[in-house]
Design a protein around this ligand. Structure first.
Ligand SMILES: NC(=O)C1=CN([C@@H]2O[C@H](COP(=O)(O)OP(=O)(O)OC[C@H]3O[C@@H](n4cnc5c(N)ncnc54)[C@H](OP(=O)(O)O)[C@@H]3O)[C@@H](O)[C@H]2O)C=CC1
Ligand SMILES: O=C(O)C1=N[C@H](C(=O)O)C[C@H](O)C1
Length: 271
């Protein structure tokens, strides 16, 4: 037996799923206890290591979330909104710490996650890196120091397989800018300009999403006024940093009171 908390990786064949497995292999504080894919996936029933093209890991890929969660202390979930809300219910039943990296969550998904957090610890963030979470703090400070003569634009670029826009990170940065300015992002957000849009509305927070190649994740917050611009930028060049953040969140969440937390809580950056 081991005292290391057991961890289930959902969507294990995905880009983040496989990265999480690799980072768990390097961890001496957490152990991989289960791996999930959806029913009918070619990896279900196979040894995970072999399915990933390497040596056996002794963990069979399952399609049964409740069974795998029941034998674990944490769930690392970078999948899709419909899957994540189901996992939130089941992880709460099993009292697992649910680390949610999935983006593209809509208000109804967020409501279900909030309900599950009454019973278990959920750590959710559109970006698990230290750099981006620090950038949200800096963005809020800069936005608070400037008035609406400074136009705020958020530009992001990701790989050509990404299915949601704006990215979860861009929305985190938008929320931070709106908080600094003392406005509600829902009222100020300007997304997807196209055609005869009319002039920019004073006070709007604009979003633009670029997609191409294998870009891991790049974000800029631009503050633009007459004669000058401030540009805050984060570049992620390796998905391992998101995976390491998720492992850190899983450990941090052990023995914590039920509730919904974010990476600022985990990193000690919340005020
Ligand atoms: N918060 C953060 O720091 C980060 C967040 N992300 C987010 O994580 C998510 C995943 O990204 P990425 O790994 O690149 O995506 P991938 O498409 O590579 O992987 C997604 C995985 O989830 C599985 N999945 C999707 N829908 C379901 C479902 N309904 N039931 C069960 N499994 C499902 C997929 O299986 P199948 O192939 O069968 O569909 C696949 O294995 C995205 O939302 C992305 O934005 C990514 C990086 C960092
Ligand atoms: O889909 C991705 O790849 C990423 N998604 C997250 C997001 O939507 O911001 C985090 C990171 O930028 C990579």
């Amino acid at each position: 037996m081991t005292d290391q908390p057991g961890v289930v990786v959902t969507g294990v064949s995905g880009r983040m799923g496989q990265m999480l497995v690799r980072e768990l292999g390097r961890s001496d504080r957490l152990r991989l206890s289960g791996a999930l894919e959806r029913p009918g996936h070619a990896w279900v029933g196979r040894d995970l290591g072999e399915a990933m093209g390497g040596a056996p890991l002794g963990v069979t890929v399952s399609d049964d979330p409740l069974d795998t969660f029941a034998r674990a202390q944490a769930v690392l979930d970078f999948t899709a909104p419909e899957a994540t809300v189901e996992f939130a219910d089941l992880a709460a039943q099993a009292r697992c710490v649910h680390v949610i990296g999935t983006t593209g969550l809509q208000p109804a998904h967020l409501d279900r996650i909030r309900a599950a957090a009454h019973h278990a610890v959920i750590v959710r963030a559109g970006n698990m890196s230290l750099g981006v979470n620090l950038l949200t703090r800096i963005t809020r400070q800069v936005a608070a120091a400037l008035d609406a003569d400074w136009d705020i634009e958020i530009v992001e670029m990701h790989h050509n397989r990404k299915v949601d826009a704006p990215s979860g990170t861009a929305l985190m940065l938008g929320e931070a800018a709106a908080a600094g300015r003392g406005v509600d992002l829902a009222d100020a957000s300007d997304r997807g300009r196209d055609g005869l849009t009319g002039a920019r509305r004073r006070g709007d927070i604009g979003f633009a999403a670029l997609r191409g190649g294998d870009v891991v994740g790049e974000h800029e917050v631009i503050f633009a006024t007459e004669g000058e611009r401030i540009v805050l930028k984060h570049i992620a060049s390796d998905r391992a940093l998101f995976a390491r953040g998720a492992l850190r969140a899983a450990l941090w969440g052990q023995d914590r009171a039920p509730g919904e937390y974010d990476m600022l809580d985990v990193l000690g950056l919340n005020d």
